[in-house]
Design a binder for this molecule. Structure first.
Ligand SMILES: Cc1cc2nc3c(=O)[nH]c(=O)nc-3n(C[C@H](O)[C@H](O)[C@H](O)COP(=O)(O)OP(=O)(O)OC[C@H]3O[C@@H](n4cnc5c(N)ncnc54)[C@H](O)[C@@H]3O)c2cc1C
Length: 562
């Protein structure tokens, strides 16, 4: 098996908001830094983020401060957050938005010329900084420009498939160059995982095509501890029509700017569920309210609700929700005059790789940041906190990985393990008979959408677990790519992703079964009233290859759950 070895000091896997920020930080330490991504530089999912970045600048509401931001984050997260991580988030969010400005990002301004801020759900003050409804795009353009001014070596369209661990410490990564089909081994003194979320394990999702959970799968296989994988956020407002756009996000900024939700009788139904906060209740709460309307026969024709903003001045809609106008124009709806039809969509992973305040995992030399990590957002992420997370923990992970690389040597890698890994990928191409990756993916995403969804039930989740165990045992080893070529072969990419999708889906479903009570985004219709849910669930692969789950005490520094 031929492969090429590439050496560096720090390797960053992922080039979204977190990966780019991590690479920039690591490169400031005069080290050889490489950043990998499955797609072309600048096209990562972060570019799709719309509404904004949470930061307690107090530009619009002067009483806001990091303490209130912290409290909102913990209460919003249903107290499951690691409070040490949440503290880092709120304390460093201001510094990193100014960093972005220094690199050239342009955020919307107040009349006095300060960064403008708007309100998102479950926030005490207007705290979300924004660039119209294209905040993620502004951040990605800025970061990719900044990357080009550093010595970071970018390997885009390169797919990492396996983490290499030697004597319990990180040693490198196996990867495939998607353009040429070449096998690559990156050897690094430290590695940062910044691989984003996994909304794509659900049939209906707001996430980019590539968000399938490779990072979760690789980290789990390497022996990382994973936390609260059952906590998947279903955003209440995804598009429902046309079918090709189903799940596409309708930003929370629409409700933040004053959008109201109506049922098929024209009633503003949030009165019934959360009268004090109405449409700005938590995302999990609004999603469940919409689905209750649907289940009780008051849903819109496509099984959702209407979201209307037409009562606002046209100038506000045109200035602050520009891309929403375009998005719905494509569907034949003018949101300035007509309501949008919306329903929930799988959106964000609050769970993920377990890290500490230095973004370190339990594997020495391996760090992680951004959506692939767990613990920052607890049981429910507040809108606007994820972009801040990418910048804050991106920088923390870059700094920590650089410090580690300065103090530690390259470790040897196991040739046999590498040959086995590339042999596994090769077999997907050479198999004579088997299951097509697209059929297998369709089965998995349908299963997760049907059985591990907004309203969860023991019986259904257990069925999902059983089916996922079967898929892992019987389907994964039989995945067969139709066209056996290596150069840019989407079928092969899908097959490589599928393995990680199964592992990720299993972690979500197994943890969901273990959590018997309702908490945060995990809502059971058959909740055990004796389980208050104030614990985290940690998953790890044991020595025999078994997925082991355990409950762990919450990390509390100042706010005790009620
Ligand atoms: C439509 C939408 C709108 C949103 N709007 C907001 C918002 O307004 N405010 C907010 O705070 N949050 C928002 N979010 C959430 C936020 O965008 C994400 O949580 C955040 O951008 C994730 O950034 P990241 O850097 O962790 O991952 P990503 O941006 O997803 O980047 C992951 C990177 O990892 C790479 N990668 C993955 N697997 C591999 C592999 N195997 N090999 C090599 N590379 C790999 C990918 O190629 C990519 O470069 C939104 C989410 C969605 C879906």
């Amino acid at each position: 098996m031929e492969y090429k070895t590439i050496m560096c000091d720090v390797l960053v896997v992922g080039a979204g908001g977190a990966g780019c920020r991590a690479a920039i930080e690591a490169s400031r330490h005069n080290l050889d830094v490489i950043m990998l991504s499955k797609e072309l530089l600048g096209k990562a999912h972060t570019a799709m983020a719309e509404g904004g970045y949470n930061v307690s600048l107090g530009n619009v509401d002067p009483d806001d401060n990091p303490e209130t931001h912290f409290k909102d984050t913990i209460v919003g997260g249903n107290y499951l957050n690691n409070q040490k991580l949440a503290k880092v988030l709120v304390d460093r969010a201001p510094q990193h938005i100014f960093d972005l400005e220094d690199m050239g990002a342009v955020f919307d301004r107040t009349p006095e010329g300060k960064i403008a801020q708007r309100v998102f759900g479950k926030q005490s003050w207007r705290r979300t900084a924004y660039a119209s409804d294209r905040t993620g795009s502004e951040i990605m353009v800025t970061l990719t420009e900044a990357i080009r001014k550093t010595s970071v070596r970018v390997f885009d369209e390169v797919f990492a498939t396996r983490l290499l661990v030697t004597n319990g410490k990180i040693a490198g990564v196996c990867a495939v160059d998607l353009k040429y089909g070449d096998y690559l081994v990156f050897r690094a003194k430290s590695v940062i995982m910044a691989t984003g979320g996994a909304g794509r394990i659900f049939k209906v999702t707001s996430n980019a095509q590539l968000d399938v959970g490779d990072g979760y799968g690789m980290a789990y296989e390497a022996g990382c501890e994973m936390i609260d994988m059952e906590m998947v956020q279903f955003h209440p407002t995804g598009m429902v029509k046309p079918e090709s756009a189903r799940g596409r996000l309708v930003t929370e900024a629409v409700r933040g700017e004053g959008g109201i939700l109506l049922n098929n009788q024209g009633e503003r139904f949030m009165h019934r569920y959360y009268p004090a906060v109405m449409e700005l209740a938590g995302r999990d709460q609004v999603a469940r309210s919409i689905m209750t309307e649907v289940l009780e026969g008051r849903g819109s024709p496509s099984g959702g609700a209407y979201l209307s903003i037409s009562h606002l001045p046209r100038s506000i809609i045109e200035f602050r929700l520009e891309s929403m106008i375009e998005q719905f124009e494509d569907a034949g709806v003018d949101i300035r005059d007509e309501p949008m039809e919306v329903s929930p969509t799988a959106h964000h992973f609050m769970g993920g790789i377990k890290i500490d305040e230095d973004a370190a995992t339990n594997i020495p030399g391996l760090f992680a940041s951004g959506e692939c990590t767990g613990g920052v957002h607890g049981g429910n992420r507040l809108g606007g906190n994820a972009l801040a997370d990418t910048q804050v923990f991106g920088a923390v992970s870059g700094e920590s990985a650089a410090n580690y690389a300065r103090e530690n040597p390259h470790l040897g890698v196991d040739r046999e393990e590498i040959t086995k890994e590339f042999g596994r990928l090769e077999a997907m191409l050479s198999r004579k008979e088997g299951v097509s990756p697209s059929d297998a993916r369709a089965e998995l995403t349908e299963l997760m959408w049907e059985k591990v969804q907004i309203f969860r039930k023991e019986e259904e989740m257990q069925d999902a677990v059983n089916q996922l165990r079967r898929i892992e045992k019987e389907v994964v080893p039989k995945i067969k790519v139709d066209v056996p070529v290596k150069r840019f072969n989407p079928g092969w990419h899908q097959a490589m992703e599928f393995v990680h999708m199964v592992t990720t889906a299993r972690m979500v479903a197994e943890a969901a079964v273990l959590r018997k009570g309702s908490r945060g985004a995990h809502y059971r219709v058959d909740a055990d009233p004796n389980d208050n849910g104030y614990y985290n669930i940690v998953i790890k692969k044991d020595k025999d290859g078994k997925m082991v789950l355990r409950k762990e005490d919450l990390v509390i520094t100042s706010i005790t759950p009620p």
